[in-house]
Design a protein around this ligand. Structure first.
Ligand code: DGL
Length: 278
């Protein structure tokens, strides 16, 4: 299956090349996507928005998630971005259509890449998906996987405690292991040979998930998303290939705590974040 490639009208290269790429998530999870985007496109400029005032999105209603996503997208649009990456599965599952309709820049969600990668990997056609309550309830992964191949059996499991565990920096603790073992029990039983990490926070606890799941293929779609975004920008001739790069961070609450945790996840000495209340 072809990935959804956002429509981009003919763009004037000189006008768009230096504009930043906007990225957002409810908090820290989207940093796993930012990291992959920065690696794939080292000269690009980025603006990252973590909606720390409203994390977790996974327990909110579709209306609330769509409302927050729209406010962030509008703000990023005002910052003159050339492209928007919704680095959040929950927002991709619930708000993508609204964003595409209402935002003037091309919008890229994160669900298709994970589905395509999983379908390529599975041998026994049993795929499992873990995500937030809202993502699992939307069945966005299940529906798309079965559009690609109707013979695939999909097991879904919501893991709502993972996001707070990660936002608190507890991913290496005994408590995290107890929670993860309990959540993943059902996935192990399902016999799936491939597990999609259907929340951008989850790659932060990948070592623990790997330890519990053993030889199962883990799908972390960050690399694939970065490849696809690069391809789109290249095809439209608006990929910035040279010169210094810059990433600006915004958080909607407690920017200081975001700075400290983001620096840890990105492996940087410091991260400076501006406070932007929604
Ligand atoms: N990282 C997000 C996702 O991919 C949001 C998690 C949350 O805020 O509940 O779904």
């Amino acid at each position: 299956m072809e990935l959804y490639i956002p429509y981009i009208p003919t763009l004037k290269k000189y006008k768009f090349m230096n504009k930043p790429i906007g990225i957002f998530d409810s908090g820290l999870g989207g940093l796993t996507i930012l990291r992959a985007l920065e690696r794939a496109m080292p000269a690009e400029n980025f603006i990252y928005f973590g909606d720390t005032a409203h994390v977790p999105y996974g327990s909110k209603s579709p209306q609330a998630v769509t409302n927050y996503s729209m406010q962030i997208a509008k703000f990023l649009e005002k910052q003159n971005i050339k492209f928007l990456v919704v680095a959040c599965n929950t927002a991709s599952a619930l708000a993508l259509e609204t964003l595409v309709k209402n935002i003037r820049v091309p919008v890229f969600g994160v669900i298709e890449a994970g589905c395509c990668a999983a379908v390529h990997k599975t041998k026994n056609k049993k795929i499992a998906v873990i995500g937030t309550n809202a993502t699992v309830k939307s069945s966005a992964y299940k529906k798309l996987l079965n559009v690609i191949d109707k013979n695939i059996t999909v097991t879904q499991k919501a893991c709502p405690l993972f996001v707070p565990v990660i936002e608190e920096g507890w991913q290496k603790t005994k408590a995290a292991e107890i929670i993860a073992r309990d959540y993943l029990k059902q996935i192990k039983k399902s016999g799936a040979d491939t597990l999609i990490l259907g929340c951008t926070h989850y790659p932060i606890m990948k070592p623990l998930i790997k330890k519990i799941m053993g030889s199962v293929n883990l799908i972390d779609s960050a690399e694939e998303i970065a490849k696809q975004v690069k391809k789109v920008l290249q095809s439209k001739n608006i990929l910035k290939k040279t010169g210094a790069s810059n990433t600006v961070f915004y958080a909607s609450d407690d920017a200081a705590s975001f700075e400290q945790k983001a620096a840890q996840i990105l492996g940087r000495k410091t991260v400076k974040a501006r406070l932007k209340k929604l």
